[in-house]
Design a protein around this ligand. Sequence first.
Ligand code: UDP
Ligand code: MG
Length: 311
Amino acid sequence: MNSLKSLVLIIPVFNEGDALRTNFLEIKRILNQDGIVCRYHFVDDGSKDHTWQVIEALSKEFNEVSGIKFARNFGKEVALRAGIETVDADLYLTMDSDLQHPPRYVKDMLRIMSETNADIVDGIKASRGRETLSHKFFAKTFYKVLKWITGLKMDNSSDFKLMNRQVIDSLRSFNERNVFFRGIVSWVGFKSVTFEFDVADRLEGTSHFSFGRLIFLAMSAIVSYTSKPLYLTLFAGGLFLVFAVVMGIQTLFNFFFGNAISGFSTVILLILITGSMIMLSLGIIGLYISRIYEEIKRRPHYLIEKRVERH
Ligand code: UDP
Ligand code: MG
């Protein structure tokens, strides 16, 4: 099917030592069964367990396996980026290591790509698999807010994506450090077709994304994608100004006509509201400044400690 084009699977892994070998063998078994020839490129995102030893062993055993190991945990987004930057192929498929992106769909994704001549086949979660209620709720809210702020419709979007070389080359040209992979893939445009898949349950271990980490990821995604929140603070400030002018005129009016009423609670309330609005706006500005600060330091995006090449 993809006999003329080389395909590489980019698989980010973090502390998956126990399940990695079995999961890899399962992925490989299914792809082989479907007649798909490909290589596997692992990015060990600074695991603390024996993940890297497993990758090394796999690469000794199978010559289609290669991998890099980060010096520390840089996060999945960075791992995906490092993955696409450190391997050359015609087609790239990003996939989770925990079989939640079922390998049986790869065949369909390749078929859709060649049939529609698309540059990106974008995996969309038809069902979200087994997730905690709070996780589900949060993901929903996150995508709603994201859509509202950025206009990006990414409900149930995932990192299960097949991309061709052209897309990868444009992704590689991004210099910024904080990239939200899903956002950036839709940002680059090209011809993208969506593909619905059912998320499988995670068999071993639990998700690495705690509630706190998801909130952080959400903020980071919004800040790295758009500067609209800054305009929002400006807008809120403008609204408050209008309100203040109206209230001011009314107060002066009352004062001059001698019927100023004592409004202690109103004053307290107003101070509290404006106070929190100011703090919120400062916080938003602060987020952007911290981003600028991080970017301006020009540190490397990730540090590779070890690598194993294909042999
Ligand atoms: N992962 C990673 N770095 C991290 C966290 C996760 O590379 O800091 C990998 C993880 O090993 C897995 C994939 O990203 O292959 C998805 O992670 P997970 O299953 O924990 O998240 P979820 O399924 O909840 O999105
Ligand atoms: Mg998972």
